[in-house]
Design a protein around this ligand. Structure first.
Ligand SMILES: C[S@@+](CC[C@H](N)C(=O)[O-])C[C@H]1O[C@@H](n2cnc3c(N)ncnc32)[C@H](O)[C@@H]1O
Length: 211
């Protein structure tokens, strides 16, 4: 009952970009560990054009390498407006409203890397089975995932997992199993934030046979 109430309240509040950012900052801090993880892999693979799927308020745009082109997509138009305003002076960063599951325009371009940060636990297995093959078609090099795990060590972290709005918080092995159907996993690591443990995964786009 209590958890349902929290879900109801967060559904009402967290679609507002300012509330989303404040709550995120309070719970997770600046997420510097995750930002470094993303930035170092984008640099390692020499990524010049990046797609950030489910980009939210554009928090991870900062991880894109200097002079690279960054495209962020999100369903929430207020998040997109917020990100556009924040980065209006940076011509290399574009934010667009779109549903990554069924937009046609998103899939007309090719990218060196696709990011899926804190988004996998919002998508069902069926939705991932639609999305991941599409990502495989448009990413030339890598897919970078960061997603919370259901069994963090600290009781407060466990509580935050319980109240998260995402309905599909999968164990590490389950995330890897799903991704292996489409990609070659080259590295993974646990990245702690204040309120959760994120699992960072780097997948290379190669012709892996679907099991
Ligand atoms: C927890 S937020 C993460 C935002 C951002 N990646 C970050 O880490 O700051 C999840 C985001 O996924 C977006 N989202 C969920 N389903 C989506 C879809 N089908 N297409 C586009 N965006 C989606 C939501 O609007 C929300 O902004």
């Amino acid at each position: 009952m209590f958890i349902e109430l929290i879900h109801w309240i967060s559904d009402k509040l967290l679609d507002n970009p300012h509330m989303f950012n404040s709550v995120r900052y309070l719970l997770a801090g600046k997420q510097m560990g995750m930002k470094k993880f993303v930035a170092s892999n984008l640099n390692k693979y020499n990524c010049g054009i990046i797609a950030d799927f489910c980009c939210g308020t554009g928090d991870f745009a900062i991880s894109s390498p200097f002079n690279s082109r960054y495209y962020g997509w999100d369903l929430n138009s207020d998040f997109i407006k917020y990100a556009e305003k924040k980065y209006h002076q940076d011509k290399n960063k574009k934010f667009l409203k779109g549903n990554v599951l069924n937009s046609e325009t998103i899939y007309r371009k090719k990218f060196d890397a696709v990011l899926l940060i804190s988004a996998m636990h919002h998508l069902s297995d069926k939705e991932l089975s639609v999305l991941l093959p599409k990502i495989k078609k448009i990413s030339k090099k890598i897919l970078i995932i960061a997603d919370i795990i259901p069994d963090p060590p600290h009781f407060l972290q466990k509580f935050f997992v319980k109240i998260d709005r995402g309905r599909y918080i999968r164990p590490k092995a389950e995330k890897l199993r799903i991704l292996r159907n489409y990609f070659k996993i080259v590295s993974s690591e646990l990245i702690p934030t204040k309120s959760a443990i994120q699992f960072g995964i780097v997948c290379e786009v190669t012709s892996v046979k679907k099991s």
